[in-house]
Design a protein around this ligand. Structure first.
Ligand code: SAH
Ligand code: SF4
Length: 372
């Protein structure tokens, strides 16, 4: 992995894990009703609960100190009974284009998020699980195994805290951090509601600015299609044939390509979005011109986009990134078939924060940006 040469890193000591004990939930982990009950207990009117959510989701305050309409005495009580945030920052690595954040959850689990800055947008790349159960052999998260699902509020907090701590109003969200979002469907959907709904209920990020990337969990794609939110969908395909795909994604055995594509078509129709297929380019494994031809044959049947992701190095995975020439050769075959195709260039390499490099350690990862 790249050394964080031109970045600044702020590691802090990470205490050993603790069991998830009964503990007060943070504001985003409470329902509106639960928050109202809390205010009533302190003889405050119900609208205070709405105001507090407005401060958190709308104004993006970093702590209770910023909630200026509540008395100091009440703020001190609420800090204990309904903390503003639950994730503790364990470290940050700041690069020119990206910042990587490592968070410690209440049980000590470590998760990572990345904020990626380009001239026209700031994207928050969020994790949905601690580790991942899909076992993709080219992905550091997959190789590290699965620990647990994240709660909806733990996902939302990654966004809220990155936004408030950086002072950068994040415009886009991608579920491309650690984990398989559709393996944790209910909590991911809960987080999407909070991110998508307008303040004071949520952060007001437009559905079309939120992308879920999935390895292709068919029931999840179909369920998402029925949510009637125009979330962008990206499907990690990585191979045009079943044999290669299953070698790369062991969990793909359960969902054949044909079934995935049928579900994608249903999604496209119901959500009225054009789906993107992601394809990690691995030298000598899935980057042959013949495989590009097979991909064309597969995808020509319906409108879609393709995002080619040159492999980001993962120690001990045994894979190599293809040369620029073979990346271009692969892309040209798709271009000639009029399939809109981009090659994703990694940003934030210096903070070691790219797709597939998230490892739950104090210094490691690297995000990306797509170009035509
Ligand atoms: N679990 C989801 C989302 C997280 S990974 C999914 O797999 O779609 C986001 C993207 O990064 C996926 O397309 C994934 O295949 C890709 N990726 C994983 N490891 C990578 C690596 N080492 N190099 C490049 N891309 C990688
Ligand atoms: Fe999980 Fe996605 Fe990594 Fe595969 S690529 S192991 S699905 S995070």
């Amino acid at each position: 992995m790249d050394a964080p040469a031109a970045s600044t890193s702020t590691p802090v000591s990470v205490p050993a894990k603790t069991a998830l004990a009964a503990r007060p939930l943070p504001i985003t982990g409470l329902t509106e009703e639960q928050l109202v009950v809390l205010f009533k207990k302190h003889k405050e009117p119900a609208f205070r609960a709405t105001q507090l959510r407005q401060f958190v989701f709308g104004r993006g305050v970093e702590s209770y100190e910023g909630v200026t309409n509540l008395s100091k005495a009440l703020r001190e009580k609420l800090k204990v009974e309904a903390p503003m945030y639950e994730l503790e920052m364990a470290s940050t690595s700041v690069g020119d284009d990206a910042t990587k954040w490592l968070w410690k959850a209440a049980d000590g689990a470590l998760i990572e998020s990345v904020q990626i800055r380009t001239p026209d947008r700031t994207t928050s790349c969020l994790s949905s699980q601690v580790g991942c159960a899909m076992g993709c052999v080219f992905c550091a998260t997959g190789l590290s195994g699965f620990e647990r699902h994240l709660k909806g509020h733990e996902i939302v907090e990654q966004f809220l805290q990155m936004r408030s701590k950086s002072g950068n109003p994040s415009t886009h969200i991608v579920y491309m951090g650690m984990g398989e979002p559709l393996h944790n469907y209910d909590e991911v959907l809960a987080s999407i509601r909070m991110l998508n709904d307008p303040p004071p209920k949520g952060a007001g990020i437009g559905a079309r600015k939120i992308t879920i990337s999935t390895v292709g969990i068919v029931p999840g794609i179909r369920k998402l299609a029925d949510e009637k939110r125009q979330i962008e969908l990206a499907v990690s395909l990585h191979a045009p044939d079943e044999t290669t795909r299953v070698k790369l994604i062991p969990a793909a055995r359960r969902y054949p390509i044909k079934e995935i594509m049928d579900a994608v078509q249903e999604y496209s129709e119901k959500a009225r979005r054009i789906v993107t297929y992601e394809y990690v380019l691995l030298a000598g494994v899935n980057d042959h011109p013949e495989q590009a031809g097979e991909l064309v044959a597969l995808l020509q049947t319906h409108p879609c986009k393709v995002n080619l992701i040159p492999f980001n190095p993962v120690a001990d995975s045994g894979f190599q990134r293809p040369s620029i020439d073979s990346q271009e050769r692969f892309k040209n075959i798709l271009d000639r078939a009029h399939i809109p195709t981009t090659i994703r260039f990694s940003k934030g390499k210096r903070v070691d924060a790219a797709c597939g490099q998230l490892r739950r350690r104090v210094l490691a990862l690297e995000p990306e940006v797509s170009v035509s």
